[in-house]
Design a protein around this ligand. Structure first.
Ligand SMILES: NC(=O)c1ccc[n+]([C@@H]2O[C@H](COP(=O)([O-])OP(=O)(O)OC[C@H]3O[C@@H](n4cnc5c(N)ncnc54)[C@H](OP(=O)(O)O)[C@@H]3O)[C@@H](O)[C@H]2O)c1
Length: 259
């Protein structure tokens, strides 16, 4: 199968690309570095020619709703139109569980962007072609949040009740969706094994690495985000790596690197 991954140099996209290559698929790794700009719409037609499946694993770093909506709406429209034009049988967009719920995304500009992305895809592609692959937050997000909001020895992390998963497990679930092809389910939801606050993931990680010294939870995302609005009621896939397992894996990787 020929699969084009848009965002193939990213945290999820790169893992997906490696998994599909190992399964014997032909993978086109698309990103700006390989001459494909999904926002400008350049390089998509060439990349999609002869493809059986296209995966959108794009992201940008922003908390601003206006920026996120503009980016995700534009890239989704460009990719969906180019895929339809090329006759691609299956398009999979990576999204976030319940990001489209206004109660959840009201105070999270990035999630408003993801809602606009899903809507833009649904406008162009039918459910027989489109799969919305909705993941919960990743353990890795805690690290990203600590990096973006730190003040000396203190990092601020939004209080988010979630069921986090390891990105490596999410990549396997995504590869399975690609391999299965277009099914009758238009949305596939992925959850991690346990429910917890993202702040507790950050604290456990900080305790392991020694930095930052303090992690402070901040109630910035609104009530729904703090009280389970991000947790799927009946996920299609529950991943297996626990927080303890993920931390142990990080430690093993670190020891390996230092050898
Ligand atoms: N982090 C989480 O907890 C979480 C949870 C659920 C779902 N998700 C979703 O997972 C998806 C992937 O996230 P990620 O963290 O893996 O992303 P990431 O590491 O930030 O990677 C983003 C990718 O997008 C590419 N890109 C950005 N702008 C582009 C453009 N204009 N044209 C073409 N490529 C462009 C980047 O490559 P270049 O810069 O080289 O172009 C890169 O390959 C996102 O949809 C995100 O919302 C994330």
């Amino acid at each position: 199968m020929k699969v084009v991954i848009v965002g193939a140099s990213g945290a999820l996209g790169s893992r997906l690309a490696d998994l599909l290559v190992a399964r014997g698929d032909e993978v086109v790794r698309a990103s700006r570095a390989t001459g494909v700009d999904a926002y400008a719409g350049t390089g998509l037609a060439e990349a999609f020619a002869g493809a059986d499946a296209v995966v959108d694993s794009l992201s940008l770093q922003t908390l601003k709703a206006e920026e996120a909506i503009d980016f995700f709406e534009s890239t989704a429209t460009n990719i969906a139109r180019a895929a339809a034009q090329a006759g691609v049988a299956h398009v999979i967009v990576v999204s976030i569980v319940n990001a489209g719920d206004p109660a959840v995304n009201a105070k999270f500009g990035y999630y408003q962007g993801k809602a606009a992305q899903e809507a833009a895809y649904r406008k162009v592609l039918g459910p027989d072609i489109l799969t919305v692959f909705a993941s919960v937050q990743w353990f890795e997000l805690a690290e990203q949040m600590m990096g973006s909001m730190s003040f000396g020895p203190v990092a601020a992390v939004p209080r988010m009740q979630c069921a986090p998963a390891a990105v490596s497990d999410v990549a396997v679930a995504l590869a399975d969706v690609v391999t299965a092809g277009p099914q009758d389910k238009a949305t596939v939801e992925i959850a991690g094994p346990d429910r917890m606050d993202l702040v507790d993931v950050a604290k456990a990680l900080a305790a392991q690495t020694g930095t930052p010294r303090w992690v402070v939870g901040v109630p910035v995302g609104g009530r729904a985000i703090r009280h389970g609005g991000l947790v799927p009621a009946a996920p299609d896939v529950v991943t297996t790596t626990t927080l303890g397992g993920w931390l142990a894996g990080r430690e093993r990787a670190q020891v390996g690197e230092n050898r």
